[in-house]
Design a protein around this ligand. Sequence first.
Ligand SMILES: NC(=O)c1ccc[n+]([C@@H]2O[C@H](COP(=O)([O-])OP(=O)(O)OC[C@H]3O[C@@H](n4cnc5c(N)ncnc54)[C@H](O)[C@@H]3O)[C@@H](O)[C@H]2O)c1
Length: 275
Amino acid sequence: MKCAELFSVAGQSAIVTGAGSGLGLAIAEALAENGARVVLLDVDAGRIAAESARLAGRGYAVRGAVVDVSDHAALERAFDAAVASHGRLDIVFANAGIDSGPGFVSGWFGARTRNPAGALESYSDERWNRVIDVNLTGVFATLRAAARIMKPQRSGRLIVTTSVAGYQCEPAIGSAYMAAKAGAAHLMRCVAQELAAFNITVNAIAPGFFVTNIGGGHAHNPEVQRAMAQVMPMHRVGFPGDIKGLALFLASPASAYLTGQQITIDGGWTLGPAD
Ligand SMILES: NC(=O)c1ccc[n+]([C@@H]2O[C@H](COP(=O)([O-])OP(=O)(O)OC[C@H]3O[C@@H](n4cnc5c(N)ncnc54)[C@H](O)[C@@H]3O)[C@@H](O)[C@H]2O)c1
């Protein structure tokens, strides 16, 4: 098979959650730019309308819908609507996610001090539950909605956005976020085992530090980017476009025999600082 065919998603039917911004938007863009028909789902009505109109304006086969992944009935309806218009469902990215507020230290670099607002005893049930609802249960609901459609097809690609914070503790990040991401990674493995016999692959992308709007968009601050770049072996932070190649690989025939794997994409961050 030639490379162009091996990595092709042309004509495939795809859904991306959290597609109104950041990594989900870049993933939806990569799929659409390569000929897939993509449904962009996001809880943010303004963003999803603007971004799906922008991509449709470039001639791509995209449609946007407002869906909160913690509303499981709405999620199921959105999946049914995608199948109704595309006739099938080939690729699903369970990408939607939120941050969980501060961790037990403030700041990502420099003098780190204890932050009582992020301490375990300050964690409210409400904060814990919302992060788990979106970042873990939302992934479960997305994978379940996809499995219902993909099993009878006996084919599909499921890709979960996890995080390096799911396997490496980062004290500036709230613990609910890290626990949810660790849970999503292991859920991905269990579902991969269950669905392998149906020719459905299930994998995860674990990003490091990317410039997106999560956490109030602090990563857009050039000072933050400069400081983070110093601890990155590649000497730079990630930008949403950096995710496109890996997303296409996991969505395409090129990854047909790969399942249950979490692939880190972090410019070498988790290797530890270099020079
Ligand atoms: N940016 C990073 O450095 C980084 C690192 C590791 C993992 N991630 C993960 O990447 C994924 C995408 O985040 P991002 O960094 O692109 O952030 P982002 O805020 O730019 O984009 C996330 C999108 O998800 C949407 N969303 C939030 N809650 C939702 C819900 N309940 N239902 C549907 N949509 C919802 C938001 O409206 C937003 O458009 C998340 O799962 C995040 O945890 C990001």
